[in-house]
Ligand binder design. Sequence first.
Ligand SMILES: [Fe+2]
Length: 305
Amino acid sequence: MWAMAYTVPDLPYPYEALEPHISAQTMRFHHDKHHQAYVDKANAALDGTGLEDAPPREVLTRLSEFPPDKRDAVRNNVGGHLNHSLFWESMTPDSTGTPAKDGKLMGAIRDTFRGLPGLKETIKDAAMSQFGSGWAWLVHDGYRILIVTTGEQDSPITDGLEPLLGIDVWEHAYYLDYENRRAEYVDAWLQVVDWAVVEQRFGEAPVPDVSGLLERLVSVCGTEHRFGEVTLDEARAHSADLKALAGWGPMAKIGAIARGWSDLALQMQKHKVNTVAELDPGIVEHAARALWIILPGRSMVEPQG
Ligand SMILES: [Fe+2]
């Protein structure tokens, strides 16, 4: 038997709470029938795999461990369960319409989308471009926020991306209310987003562990420094030194690394910090790749000796 079989969570508001944007009838079918079907099939698919008790997000990062004949059922139904569990919590009848103006999420939205209208336009474009059934997502990749789509019930978690907000663009989510008018549904749905929940997810999104990276020794203006202790002035000065060298043709990499140091200095200036260690871990890791302190496209390498 399943000691901890999945169950459909209760809606955090009444079925009719999201009207007129989403009808009680849609919510009843979607929550009571569709989500329940994902849960039932997920429990059946996991039975006998040894992962019956694993949380959905763990299952979705271990899909390759399932035998091929089980993998699709697990991916679709555990994905369906997790995606919908996030979906109900992402909506509220008391939407503020915006994250807090001076909060960290709004800062990230300005960095990536220039502002909330840009985010809404981008997620709507993504929702419209998803062919057939699937989802459009705002995700965090450990460094920044971005919009992605997934087909069917695939989860961003499988790709190592943390979902912050996801809109269900399966027809079952909107057909009773909007027939085939997906754009109208997306506009309506954006009226009921619970931005406080999105902010909470953003605050809790996993970031890389850069503690080892901050201890690495790097050469800055001819002197060895711990990467974490490099100051804004040192980063600027080192960038200028490298730019002067970059004219020397054989050192092709130096120009890119000079830009990396000036980008890092800009980040420190923008976030009003004086050392690398005070920056967000995602920014530190991103900078370390640009500076070839860790190799681009690889995970972190251990310090030498
Ligand atoms: Fe759905």
